[in-house]
Design a protein around this ligand. Structure first.
Ligand SMILES: [Mg+2]
Length: 227
């Protein structure tokens, strides 16, 4: 029997297919505003968004700032005429409805929740994540969800995990495991917090960072070998 009592799960890219959700939301938002949409616009948007979320992880921007900023940059790059802030609102409207699971997500939660306390730890926008979480039907497996926006600090900052520990009433780091797809936020965050880490790495990438993964799985069902 392992020593763990609590599992912290990242949401996007770990349980939810965020690629699909983002595509769905952008496509529908731009269509509703009569703005052009194509594969190039999608890919450029994803790059802009990903680079802004990296800055968030580094504490160099805030959710409040990046929400409109990514659309301002997109509008500039494609000379789009419109309102970036309104586009972001529309994007959120669709993103809030976008629930696509990654393979094995529901099964592993059904299996784990019987033995462990599960928490969702996400660098996301609170209203968006709460809506998706509620619609997904998986909230019944979790004790609580903590978004970076609500906590005012993002993974991988140790302070994010300090607040999670405090709110969840966790006292023993050795009894906690984080499972996530991001080396820079989840695994580095786990290392900062002094808890065990499991990298969900479906594409079998190489870890070129300094972050330390105690375990690695390429399918969520492999968590059953650890837990
Ligand atoms: Mg993730």
């Amino acid at each position: 029997m392992n020593k763990f009592k609590t599992i912290l799960f990242d949401a996007d890219g770990t349980l939810f297919d965020f690629d699909k959700a983002e595509t769905f939301a952008l496509q529908n938002a731009l269509a509703e505003l009569n703005l052009p949409y194509n594969e190039i616009i999608l890919q450029v948007y994803k790059q802009i968004n990903a680079s802004l979320w990296l800055l968030l992880e580094q504490g160099k921007t805030t959710v409040a700032h990046l929400r409109n900023k990514r659309f301002e940059i997109l509008f500039e790059q494609f000379n789009l005429i419109g309102d970036p802030s309104q586009t972001c609102d529309m994007f959120f409207k669709y993103l809030m409805q976008a629930v696509f699971f990654l393979e094995g997500a529901q099964d592993i939660l059904e299996y784990l929740h019987k033995t462990y306390d599960l928490y969702l730890v996400t660098n996301g926008v609170t209203v968006v994540q709460e809506s998706r979480f509620a619609l997904s039907g998986i909230s019944k497996y979790f004790t609580a969800m903590y978004t970076s926006e609500e906590l005012g600090i993002s993974k991988p900052d140790k302070k994010y995990f300090d607040i999670v520990f405090e709110r969840a009433g966790l006292t023993d780091p050795k009894s906690v495991l984080i499972v996530g797809d991001s080396l820079t936020s989840d695994i580095t965050g786990g290392n900062n917090a002094g808890i065990a880490t499991c990298w969900y790495n479906p594409e079998n990438k190489t870890n070129t960072t300094d972050s330390i993964c105690d375990w690695q799985v390429s399918r969520l069902s492999e968590l059953k070998n650890i837990l």
